[in-house]
Design a protein around this ligand. Structure first.
Ligand code: FAD
Length: 497
């Protein structure tokens, strides 16, 4: 029999809402602690830059039990995603579990000796209170603590009227109008902001990035939605995965020439479609070596603007500022009024005590998480949304459903601590040695192995149904409705007092 727990969900983004729903549905009492004034996480309007939209198509960026509205476009805008999340929270009553404007400042094992954690919670007024919970789900995402970059001469650049801001603060195109804008970074946010600055009437726009990277257009060849090529199991199987048997390795070796031709074909297509040569932006790396969560979608208009000079591209980084000029690592001098640092976010769980941080993260930054959700040495604790991907909502939903069963001892394949540790070591070896591209973001990225990851979670959960029929399963993107059916086919249970 499962007893009800008081569960703290930290964070009210996509992942926190998934966790709150999964735990409350099983009969647990849930409190969601959110430091911001609204739900939505990265989709909260105050944190979004203009014209932000998803990279994932809408049927891949949704919960299993709620489709996005029919009227939404294939790639919904930021406000649309926020509305979808708000509606989701209302429908399942998780909005009533929200405690906004409250930050988790620290956590420690419960002083009363019971299993669980005591959380230090800081309100808007700065006062800190302590509260006990039986279980904690950390859903704080990977995009919360902006990275900083400080270069020599920054003070004088600011003093003469220059402006330096992180990309998360670029939320008004007026910032760019009539000004010389320099964007540092090569992510989708960086190219989105560069394009937005051109459209907003910036005087000059320069983008500074370390190197050219492969970017995927929304429609490959101008015709085929990229989900039909890059999200399918048949494509995923071209990447050697973890724990491969001798037979699987042999099969990969035999198929290698075909796989090689597949990637060269895709590269040629992208070079021609995006006119990468004319833009001086042909990546050096083979496309298959770098596929992970950092592969950006090509912002519409970005390459044409580079080709016709509306966006100037410089390879390198900022070295220092001199008056109103930014001097690049390669020596180029770019006069600027605004520097937008699209340099990403710091990973981490800063409120976790140091002794537990050491159990969670290795010295090289790799996370020790079984299925990217739990660590056997961090009891009564789990992580939702740390299995990020190209379809993070689905990942968070499945992780939340896995975590509640894990917490309740109700997984069909409930792992022992030793099994978890062995699996963590095997996965770390895969990420460090066999496929270094899988080690980005602390190893917290399941792309391009979505299906493989989902297969493991669904099997652990004990779903009786777990695959679609032959061709659909191999050649169609993951189907959230199908995952809803798989979850429903697992043994049901409810915590009772
Ligand atoms: C511009 C942008 C576009 C994206 N597009 C896609 C896409 O198309 N497809 C895709 O798969 N992914 C995309 N992502 C990734 C995106 O982060 C995830 O899809 C998802 O929204 C992450 O949700 P989350 O709940 O895990 O984290 P977040 O949305 O970051 O939410 C975490 C929440 O935790 C709160 N929090 C943090 N620390 C504390 C604390 N100490 N106390 C209390 N609360 C705290 C934060 O305030 C925040 O509300 C995009 C990200 C960005 C930034």
């Amino acid at each position: 029999m499962v007893s009800p727990k008081h569960v703290c969900v930290i964070g009210a983004g996509v992942s926190g809402l998934a966790a709150a729903k999964a735990f409350s549905t099983r009969g647990h009492r849930v409190t969601i602690i959110e430091r911001s004034g609204d739900l939505g996480g990265v989709w909260e309007p105050a944190r979004s830059y203009p014209e932000v939209q998803t990279q994932s198509p809408k049927e891949l960026y949704r919960y299993t039990d709620r489709a996005m509205p029919e009227a939404y476009p294939e790639w919904p805008t930021g406000p649309q995603v926020h509305a979808y999340l708000t509606d989701y929270a209302r429908s399942f009553g998780t909005d009533r579990m929200l405690r906004l404007n409250t930050a988790v400042a620290g956590m420690a094992r419960r002083a009363d000796g019971k299993p669980g954690w005591t959380l230090a919670l800081t309100g808007k007024d700065g006062a800190t209170t302590k509260e006990d919970f039986d279980f904690v789900a950390i859903c704080t995402g990977q995009f919360n603590e902006p990275r900083e970059l400080h270069c020599r001469g920054e003070g004088s650049f600011l003093d003469q009227g220059g402006q330096i801001l992180h990309s998360s603060k670029y939320n008004d195109p007026q910032l760019a109008k009539g000004r010389r804008v320099v964007v540092l970074g090569g992510s989708k946010s960086a190219t989105d902001i560069a394009v937005n600055a051109v459209k907003a009437g910036a005087r000059d726009v320069t983008i500074v990035m370390r190197e050219a990277v492969w970017r995927i257009p929304y429609f490959i060849g101008g015709l085929v939605n990229f989900k039909r090529i890059l999200y399918v199991r048949a494509q995923e199987q071209m990447f050697p995965g973890w724990g491969a048997s001798a037979m699987a390795r042999l099969a990969h070796r035999l198929a290698a020439p075909m796989v090689w031709a597949n990637w060269r074909g895709l590269e040629s297509l992208l070079k021609a479609q995006l006119k990468l040569k004319a833009c001086g932006m042909v990546p050096k790396e083979r496309i298959e070596d770098g596929v992970n969560c950092s592969v950006p979608i090509a912002t519409p208009g970005f390459y044409p603007m580079v080709a016709d000079g509306r966006i100037k591209a410089v390879f390198g980084s900022f070295d220092h500022y001199e008056g109103d000029t930014i001097v690049m690592s390669g020596g180029e001098r770019v006069p600027a009024d605004v520097a937008v640092l699209a340099i990403g976010y710091k990973l981490g769980v800063p409120f976790l005590p140091a002794a537990y941080q050491e159990k969670l993260v290795d010295a090289d930054g790799q996370y020790r998480l079984y299925r990217l959700i739990a660590n056997p040495d961090l009891p009564e604790l789990g992580f939702v949304g740390f299995n990020s991907s190209f379809c993070t909502v689905l990942c968070a939903d499945l992780a939340a459903n896995w975590l509640v069963r894990y917490a309740d001892g109700q997984l069909a394949r409930q792992p022992t601590a030793e099994q978890m540790r062995d699996n963590i070591e095997m996965m770390l070896h895969f990420k460090r040695v066999e496929r270094p591209a899988a080690g980005v973001y602390g190893g917290l990225c399941v792309a391009p192995y979505h299906y493989r990851h989902f297969d493991e979670l669904i099997a652990d959960i004990g779903a009786k149904e777990h695959k679609r029929s032959g061709l659909a399963e191999r050649f169609l993107p993951p189907d959230a409705d199908a995952y809803a059916r798989y979850l429903a086919s697992a043994p049901d249970y409810r915590a009772v007092a």
